[in-house]
Every structure is written in C-alpha cells, then in structure tokens.
Design a protein around this ligand. Structure first.
Ligand SMILES: CC(C)(COP(=O)(O)OP(=O)(O)OC[C@H]1O[C@@H](n2cnc3c(N)ncnc32)[C@H](O)[C@@H]1OP(=O)(O)O)[C@@H](O)C(=O)NCCC(=O)NCCS
Length: 151
C-alpha cells in the first residue's frame, strides 16, 4: 500500500476496481455502519494469485478482518475454483500472521521486503501460501467458530 495514503491513492484504487476484469482481480469492500473501512481481495487470479487485506486502525481488534477473509476465501475456493493463493506478511505484524495461520496459510519463504511506511529499510517478511487442500482441511474448524462467514 502507498504510504502516506492520499485521496488520489484511494481514487486510483476505486477506479482500478471499477474497470478491472473480475477474472483477473477481485476486491471486496469491508463496510461498517455505511462506511468503507477496509478491503480484502486477490489479484492475478489467472497467474500466481496474491491475496491481501487491510482495515482502518479504528476498527482493529473486533474480528472484522477475520470475518472478511473467511467470506473471501470461501468465495475464491468454493465458487471461483482457485487452486492456491499466495500472501505475505511482515514478521512484526502478529495479528495478520494469526489471521493467515488460522485459515491454513503455510510459510513458503522467510525473507525481507520493503514497507511503504519504512522507506529504504527492508524488514523481515514471510511469504505464505494456502492450497485448496489445506483450505478444505482447515475449513471446518474456522467456519465452526465464525457465525458471520458468508458470501
Ligand atoms: C492486521 C489487520 C488486518 C488485523 O485486522 P483485525 O480486524 O484487527 O483482526 P481480527 O480482529 O479479525 O483478528 C486478529 C487476530 O489476531 C489476534 N491478535 C491481534 N493482535 C495480536 C497480537 N498483538 N498478538 C497476537 N495475536 C494478536 C487476535 O486475537 C485475532 O486472533 P483470534 O481470532 O484467534 O482471536 C489490521 O490490523 C490491518 O489492517 N493492519 C494494517 C495493514 C495490514 O497489516 N495488512 C495485512 C498485511 S499482511
């Protein structure tokens, strides 16, 4: 994500999503009390698909991202027939690592990456993958604990 995140970044993101081919890219809005507070989605649906999300800081810690990720994964594997999704997370982002782990993503690389907020400094970063097999192996336990997961 760009940092700082300006109005023009948001406008560009909305415009991209309005014109994107849903066979290439699918992003959903996370909405709370009529306001867009985050997104979840996937890009490069016909290639090495990358899955990601973000949520406005005022809404952290209330299970919103878990709920959104649950619904998005269900759509991508169940309806879209995806075989595997890749994602990535900075090691210091414990909440995000927890989300990825509980849905069955597994580490495929332990590396470093640039963060928009950190400028020129590379910081520890994990690449992870969720295969269709692992999604379904894990799915029962996750759906059982999330009454709101739906699409
Ligand atoms: C990371 C982020 C998506 C989390 O969203 P959220 O809605 O607050 O997350 P949830 O409330 O759904 O769940 C977070 C999980 O992490 C756990 N968690 C939160 N903070 C934690 C911490 N400091 N240590 C350990 N676990 C933590 C929660 O208990 C929960 O796990 P549980 O369901 O087993 O109880 C959000 O903080 C964010 O958007 N951050 C900025 C952008 C970003 O990091 N994007 C993801 C890039 S990989």
């Amino acid at each position: 994500m760009p940092f700082p995140y300006n109005r023009s970044d948001a406008e560009e993101w909305i415009s991209l999503n309005q014109t994107a081919d849903p066979n290439d890219m699918l992003n959903w809005a996370i909405e709370y009390e009529g306001t867009l507070v985050g997104t979840v989605g996937a890009v490069d649906l016909r290639g090495e698909t990358n899955f990601g999300y973000w949520l406005s800081e005022q809404c952290w810690g209330r299970g919103f991202t878990s709920e959104a990720v649950c619904s998005a994964l269900e759509y991508l594997f169940e309806l879209k027939g995806m075989i595997a999704l890749r994602s990535g997370v900075f090691k210091e982002n414990v909440a995000s690592q927890r989300i990825l782990a509980k849905f069955g993503f597994q580490q495929i690389a332990d590396t470093f990456a640039y963060s928009g907020a950190r400028g020129a400094q590379k910081i520890p970063y994990l690449r992870v993958e969720l295969t269709k097999r692992n999604y379904y192996l894990n799915r029962g336990s996750v759906l059982g604990t999330n009454d709101h997961c739906a699409f």
